[in-house]
Design a protein around this ligand. Structure first.
Ligand SMILES: [Zn+2]
Length: 73
């Protein structure tokens, strides 16, 4: 009586040896600028440096200001 056991066939995808930094750099710059803009609106969009007049932006990011420890009120 022959026993046959199924062998799982696992194929690993070919991974590149190195990450292509040239392809990642524009995305890193894009998300870095996006994060700086978000950080500006959360941390400094108020008072004399306000880009948008009124309190709407401040009210939208108010909880984030307290969460991140920016001085508020
Ligand atoms: Zn506050």
């Amino acid at each position: 009586m022959a026993q046959h056991t199924a062998q799982p066939t696992v194929t690993t995808p070919e991974l590149p040896d190195r990450l292509p930094i040239g392809a990642l750099a524009p995305w890193a710059v894009f998300f870095g600028v996006l994060m700086l803009i978000l950080l500006y609106f959360v941390g400094a969009e108020q008072g004399a440096t306000a880009v948008v007049s009124g309190e709407e932006v401040h009210e939208w990011v108010h909880d984030a200001r307290h969460l991140l420890g920016f001085p508020c009120h």
